[in-house]
Write a protein that binds this ligand. Sequence first.
Ligand code: BGC
Length: 765
Amino acid sequence: MPDKNNLWKVNTNKFDNEKESIMRNGNLYQISNGYMGYRGTLDEFGRDELVGITVAGIFDKVGDEWREPVNAPNGGYTIIKVDGKKISALETDIVKHEQTLDITNATFERKTVFKEGSKKINISSKRFLSIDKPNLGAIEYSFSTDKDAKIVVETGIDYNIWDLSGKHLVNEKASKKGNVLLYDSVTNELKKQVCVAELTDFKGLKEEHVIKSNYNLRKFSINAEAGKTYKLTKNFAVFKDGDTPGNLIDAAVKTVEEAKSAGFSGCLKVHDELWKKRWEQCDVIIEGDDEAQLALRYSIFQLLIVAPVKGSANSIPARALSGQVYKGAIFWDTEMFMFPFFVYTYPEVAVELLRYRIQTLDGARRKAKTEGPGFRGAYYAWESQESGDDACTYFNIGDPHTGRLLRTHFRDKQVHISGDIAIAMWEYFKLTGDDSLLLEGGAEVILECARFYYSYAYFKKDKNRYEILDVIGPDEYHERVNNNAFTNKVAKVTFEIALEVVNYFKEKHPDALKKLLEKIDIAHEIPQFEEAYKLLYVPQPDPETKVIEQFDTYYKLEEVSVEEVKKRTVHPNEYLGAGQGVAVPTKVIKQADVIMMLNLFKDRFPVDIKKANWEYYEPRTEHGSSLSACAYALVAADVGKIDWAYKYFLKTARLDIEAKYKVYVGTIFMGGSHPAANGGAWMAAIFGFGGVKANKEKVTINPRLYSKWKKLSFNLSFKQDSFAVNIDKKKVVVVANKNNADSRAFSVANKELSCKPGETIEIKY
Ligand code: BGC
């Protein structure tokens, strides 16, 4: 149970030097500022302890290995030697250790007392990555001994970089310019420049410059007095191609020099103020349940630390910036699981996420052309990096028994990705009322996605309907299936949205429409979208059981429990799908699929259908993906199964803070954080227990709080206006910000209201 008085911190007073726990703590204690992530490792750690500074939006490939994000050198490296002996948590006896992640402002702190011979040595440090200056990291490091000692401090840039698939930074040069340590390099493939500058302020002390074994260091030798605390501050700056129009090295030098002038506390103050604003906007308060409170807050924190920098048009990888894991790729996770949090609380970030898809539209067009016979339009990458070309390989998972790669069809058959993006694009417009993104390229994305589905769909003459054949739905254990309910519904809604966009533009932006239709030569295809929208088949509930068959022939598969399927595995990391996977011939599914559809389109299905499907699919779901639990929580809340909703809510909210997730699938290392599950936790709290759902017209709130929760408070952004919502067991109070632009429509506990700027409405339920 978390400490009641501290629901803003994650901490431990143990140090476990097992590799596995260093790896998990690296994720758990990571800090990030959207530009780069810094794993929660100790100052003296290196590559073997998975120190990683993962930079957003820059990727590299070595030979035939996977393209993955670039890790920058560690400008935060510091180690001390006492009487010639290195002091490190890995080697030295530890008397006491405490490390803390402060969620209020994304700072990481460690305090360790070591024992070396007869001497006790205290080391403390605190670090953050500035959200004011995203290229900047700042560290305050101090030490003391209980007896006089000769201490050598080595601090600087460690460029022994932890890379998963090949060495990404080449032509490396280490140097010192004035007082600033420098590292310069280019990426292996595209020769993009990446550089780091480091500046230490250790007042009045003389230093020696040393370059050795891929460390660019400054060395201070001190005759330390017993009991005296020595403190240094370090700033480092990472710059990559495109960050600034000028010289990158100059920019990096300037950044650390300015930070030195502002001082650690000066920089921290600005950073803190910005974090304070973020939390004012995005925090959710749960009264009466500390465990849920901390887990949800940590989940929100995980989303905030990876919110892309304004103007970057970056998106959020499936393992955030916790390393190069999963190729740093962007999946449907972003639009379906993270985007809702941002569009409802922090729309400035939601825009960046969608801009990324506009910028990678050409990659999606290339994929459509190359992936199959006659595909047209936008077939978005299953695993997307900076160009939008697909990073997913055809043989994407290794068999742990033989080491052989298994053919998987995630890349070529998981076609729902395009519709997921089109849906988010339209949702952004509906909820914010801002059509600038549609004009900027969002409308083009939507039309190209519709075009893709039209080219993929198959018209079955005898049934007079379109079908979507040979796909993978969200449940990846069943590949190459026909008429997956989720996929068909997403495609149908994509046609619907495409038609709505055309109608909206006809009315509001006729010139832009004309230009767009000409640009992509699509006017003659609009009637086809209309026809496909009408005639596209979506599997329907069985009239008796009300269950929707996940795909054609799903019912013919073997009926067997999840436990039994797991018993059939012979290796703990075995993948249950692909080829001969043990789940393949069975009804056991990897993750929410029909349930995901019922959640995504919750307004279009009645409660009895949702309930019947939840009860049917829940026991058949293995939850082999971290995306699954939240969908079960959301639909459970929708059908009044509040205890189940809570169970699945906690599963998704606790995933990263508990850090017990699986880290291998087949032979692939997947150990990193799970922003989709974090977004799922927010959705489960707000949409599930809060019963919030907005559409173009209004915000609906129909609460169903979990029994333990006394109060749920949060902020919402709707049509670019903001509202504070407080829900307790008896009433809902909505407070409209006084600066809101207009009255907004609400439906609270089935009462229709309008909320003027500055107004408070209170409804009993
Ligand atoms: C899931 C996908 C998900 C991916 C990245 C897979 O295990 O099945 O739905 O997009 O992980 O999180």
